[in-house]
Ligand binder design. Structure first.
Ligand code: ADE
Length: 277
């Protein structure tokens, strides 16, 4: 896979040299180009922003540097279609970045990122490139960062670990929380390693039992416990058929019951207090 990032802070992308992404680069599984947007400015001040039409606070990133930068980068190897590039535009007004989207992006050969500063990039730039390639405007969460660079690091790491051979063990994605097609999207439960006792704290007995069936059940129960506590929305929208009898027993213990209106509302489970209201 090839990645290009155009930014006014190339040094912000230094982490792409380390850890998983860095190793994938060193092994040749990933080619990364980080480009300074100011290389495509021609005035004395290397201006990349200007005041917004229509007024309002902040500055808007100008069309010309982005257009010239993207044209030059894309000219090197551009193809239309599935083998061509996609543009990934980090923005708090994008669609939520999810594991499903990470999988989709991991199947593309070439991602071009345009992290913006200020109030964002002049809309015409996005509209222009949308005529040449798929454009994904993505948000990494409901908060506003000072720029898209951190989002590029997030998306890159989520995508790179899915590339064949990058994580060593292909099995390791199947159990990811949020893996697409997982029966029910549950958060993963707690994990433990040696020593067996630390500051008086032991390991749950079942993990030492060697009984694979019981261990799997315990892990599933802990996943249910954690998901109900941290992400009740994931439980609510899970169709009852995704849970087996033992899951349902555990959900009942945790205070959850099937919602009789589920088929109609898409909210299949409720906390028992809610049911009794
Ligand atoms: N740029 C600023 N905030 C962002 C967010 N939440 N996601 C992606 N890009 C951003």
């Amino acid at each position: 896979m090839r990645l290009d990032v155009v930014t006014i802070f190339p040094e912000y992308l230094e982490p792409l040299n380390v850890s998983l992404v860095g190793k994938a680069r060193a092994r040749g599984q990933l080619q990364v180009g980080v480009h300074d947007l100011r290389d495509w400015t021609y005035d004395r001040h290397n201006t990349v922003d200007d005041t917004p039409y229509g007024g309002g606070p902040g500055m808007v990133m100008k069309t010309e540097p982005w257009g010239d930068a993207l044209d030059e980068i894309l000219a090197d190897g551009y193809e239309a279609g599935a083998r061509g590039p996609v543009l990934v535009v980090p923005t708090p007004s994008g669609r939520p970045f999810t594991q499903e989207l990470a999988v989709e992006l991991s199947e593309r050969p070439w991602l071009v990122f345009t992290p913006a500063r200020y109030e964002g990039i002049d809309r015409r730039v996005i509209d222009e490139y949308a005529t040449r390639m798929p454009v994904y405007e993505v948000s990494i969460g409901d908060y506003v960062l000072a720029g898209g660079e951190a989002a590029v690091l997030v998306v890159t790491e989520a995508v790179a670990r899915l590339l064949p051979g990058v994580l060593g063990n292909a099995e390791s994605h199947r159990d990811d929380s949020f893996a697409p097609g997982a029966m029910a999207n549950l958060l993963e439960g707690p994990v433990h390693t040696k020593p067996p006792v630390w500051r008086g704290r032991g390991i749950p007995e079942v993990l030492l039992s060697g009984h694979h069936g019981k261990i799997a059940r315990w892990r599933r129960d802990e996943a249910l416990r954690r998901t109900t506590a941290h992400r009740p929305d994931l439980i609510e929208r899970t169709a009852p058929a995704a849970f087996d009898k033992k899951d349902r027993e555990m959900l009942s213990i945790l205070g959850w019951a099937p919602d009789p209106e589920g088929e109609r509302s898409g909210r299949f489970w409720r906390r028992v207090e809610d049911v009794e209201e």
